[in-house]
Design a binder for this molecule. Structure first.
Ligand SMILES: [Zn+2]
Length: 696
């Protein structure tokens, strides 16, 4: 491996797309150190002149500098997430504290704060666009939340907390990934595979072969774990995987991978941080920048939803227990039976299995269907394109206007890999900006956005007539793909010219899922499904009769699922408000209290759900998990506008959604965008209707 000179460092090439063909772990330290030094000098220069700041003399150059750092560091973070081999992990972890320290410094730089305050107080301010005024307001808010107004004596402590929290979050996900990878269940008796679909057996055989073993290897990665839980007749196999999954990164495994002490420490530090900022708890801090007004408002929203879902959830669980007893001979339904019994009841009631459906959702057809939806709804064109990639499986596409002008581009990394973080997510590679200086190189001086879409779906397995069979996706996976595409469209279809409020930037956390959840609806549109399905063997499109059964099954167990989401959301909010991390009551005690309040099923006592709750301990959802349900209310209500128009592709409504919601990004409050699109306040009615929870 050669070491690049700084002038050739691929992380410092901002001319276009990330140089995944060139970048090496050894590039990280020199590039990031260089950018940190450059940014520190820039900040020094911009704050040291004693001149009254203007947008163009201050905000613009600062954005330029910080954008470079976030683009370069974004590439490193991306590679850490999709290619978590030791060299990248090490390179990422080496610079993470440095980057965190720099951002903490920025957040506490009183001179920067003073410059923003000066802009806010200047005569120029009134002439700034609404978007720029909002950026300044966000900066002032974020400065306060980052400790800028703290007494000098407290600042080092505040900074140390931020750094430790960033390191703890990274360690939390690493432990979880390592614990997930550490487990493998090798089955040597073929009889134990009874009930499992063929592609799942095939994948398990290939996994065993990669280890040089005969038999079938099952793992805790979703494409292996989920089918076992749903289909394996072997209760032993289900129980073994369930227990391993539920106790990942807990005290039962290697102490080095135990997330339990990390959880307490994270909560203690967040509480300390909140109090330093003058708030009672971290939930209050979290809500400052959200669409929701207050903690009581969100708690009331969740409890109201729980109350409305409860009768449906109780009916769900009673049905499952009765069916388990009568049809499957299971006197007690254990936690590892739940998915299996649900699938069997689903088949009995609606006479189809997800595996049957899966044969129709072949990769290329699904993508064609998705692209068709995007093109019809928003009047854009999608095309295959090429770019340097980090893995041979990754694909790359571009969005254009009908006249062929570039709007944005995106990477699509669909398959699960050992070195890839679990779940599905959208991330930004490049953000939209308008600058006169860009005019030479780009259309109209616009820097077009670029997104990463990442999923963890099964890769193609097996061959037919010597040809690799295409990957097939479950309907849930297709929904996930549409969901992430919604985030991608929010980022790519923005028309805001200022980076800090373009796309998903500056959008409140609890509103940011609106476009993603909105897009999920199109996985349920009959006018769309024939275009996105082609049976893996016959090429046939999804039959209407099968679709009707899927529709009938759509809200199967929706009461139970709603309560589960409310349980996680309440747990998260209470953990960050009423819970005392230094007190007697444990995190599990609190979880049990929440379950007593809202859950209809309680997992085994050894279940360690918090130890894998990455959303709140390693992601950005701390005291914000409720956002999923909150945004579902908004998205269901928005989709209702298309239903009222009588056409899922209604042109006027589609363009209004594009103009009022997607294009404006974070340039105005989410509630204003919602009102502009819908002409009224949001209501929960559409969500309850969509989930089949309307009392008769
Ligand atoms: Zn999402």
């Amino acid at each position: 491996m050669t070491t690049h000179a700084l002038s050739d460092n691929p992380l410092l090439d901002f001319s276009d797309l990330p140089r995944f063909d060139l970048v090496q772990p050894t590039d990280v330290e020199p590039a990031i150190s260089h950018l940190l030094a450059e940014n520190r000098a820039l900040v020094e220069r911009l704050t040291g002149d004693g001149l009254a700041p203007t947008w163009s003399s201050f905000a613009e150059p600062l954005t330029d500098g910080l954008e470079k750092l976030s683009r370069a560091w974004g590439i490193v973070g991306h590679l850490h997430a999709v290619n978590d081999i030791p060299a990248w992990r090490e390179a990422y972890n080496q610079m993470l504290p440095e980057v965190s320290r720099f951002h903490a410094e920025l957040g506490q730089n009183l001179k920067l704060f003073a410059k923003y305050k000066a802009i806010a107080a200047s005569r120029e301010f009134a002439d700034l666009s609404a978007a720029r005024q909002r950026i300044v307001a966000h900066e002032l808010r974020d400065f306060r939340l980052a400790g800028a107004e703290l007494p000098e004596a407290l600042k080092p402590r505040f900074q140390a907390i931020s750094e430790e929290l960033a390191a703890l979050a990274a360690k939390f996900s690493e432990n979880l990934l390592d614990a997930t990878n550490a487990f493998g269940e090798l089955v040597t008796d073929e009889a134990e595979l009874a009930g499992l679909p063929a592609d799942c057996r095939q994948a398990a055989r290939e996994a065993a072969e990669r280890d040089g073993q005969s038999g079938w290897k099952f793992t805790l990665h979703m494409p292996s774990y989920l089918p076992v839980m749903q289909y394996a007749d072997s209760r032993r196999l289900r129980a073994a995987l369930y227990r391993a999954f539920a106790t990942r990164a807990a005290e039962f495994g290697p102490p080095a991978l135990d997330n339990t002490p990390l959880i307490r420490r994270i909560l203690e530090l967040r509480q300390e941080e909140a109090q330093m900022l003058g708030y009672a708890n971290f939930a209050e801090v979290s809500l400052v920048a959200k669409m929701a007004d207050s903690l009581p408002q969100v708690l009331a929203f969740l409890r109201d939803l729980a109350a409305k879902a409860r009768p449906f959830a109780e009916q769900d669980i009673a049905d499952l227990r009765a069916f388990a007893r009568e049809a499957l001979g299971l006197e007690s339904m254990e936690a590892w039976d739940l998915a299996y019994v649900s699938e069997k009841l689903l088949q009995q009631r609606y006479a189809f299995s997800e595996q049957e459906v899966k044969q129709y959702f072949t990769e290329d057809q699904v993508l064609a269907g998705l692209f068709n939806v995007v093109e019809m709804l928003f009047g854009v064109r999608l095309k295959a394109d090429s770019a340097p990639l980090w893995h041979a499986d990754v694909r790359f596409f571009r969005l254009e206007t009908p006249a062929g002008e570039l709007i944005g581009r995106f990477y699509l990394d669909l398959y699960a890999r050992e070195s890839k973080r679990g779940g599905a997510w959208m991330d930004e590679a490049v953000c939209r900006r308008a600058r006169a200086e860009f005019a030479a190189a780009t259309r109209d001086g616009i820097q077009t956005p670029v997104a990463y879409l990442n999923c963890n779906f099964s890769r193609p397995v097996g061959e037919t007539d010597g040809k690799r069979r295409p990957a097939t996706f479950t309907h849930d996976e297709v929904i996930t793909l549409f969901h992430e595409s919604g985030h991608g469209l929010h980022h790519l279809l923005t028309r805001v010219d200022d980076l800090a409020v373009a796309g998903i930037h500056g959008v409140e956390w609890d509103a940011v899922e609106l476009p993603s959840q909105f897009m999920e609806n199109y996985c349920w549109e009959w006018s769309v499904l024939p275009k996105m399905t082609a049976h893996v063997d016959t090429g046939a499109t999804l039959p209407r009769a099968l679709f009707d059964k899927m529709l009938a099954a759509r809200n199967f167990l929706s009461g139970m699922q709603t309560l589960r989401q409310v349980e996680f959301a309440l747990f998260d909010l209470l953990l960050h408000s009423t819970f005392d991390p230094a007190g007697e009551r444990s995190v599990l005690d609190l979880l049990n209290e929440v379950r007593r309040e809202v859950a209809v099923i309680v997992p085994p006592a050894w279940h360690r759900f918090p130890n894998s709750f990455s959303h709140i301990f390693a992601g950005g959802y701390a005291a914000g998990y409720y956002s999923y349900k909150w945004a579902e209310v908004l998205s269901a209500d928005c989709y209702g506008a298309f239903q009222e128009a009588g056409d899922a592709f209604d042109r006027t409504t589609g363009l209004r959604f594009l103009n009022e919601i997607l294009a404006v990004g974070g340039s105005r409050p989410a509630i204003d965008s919602f009102r502009a699109f819908r002409g009224r306040e949001p209501t929960v009615d559409a969500l309850l209707r969509q989930s089949g929870m309307v009392p008769d």
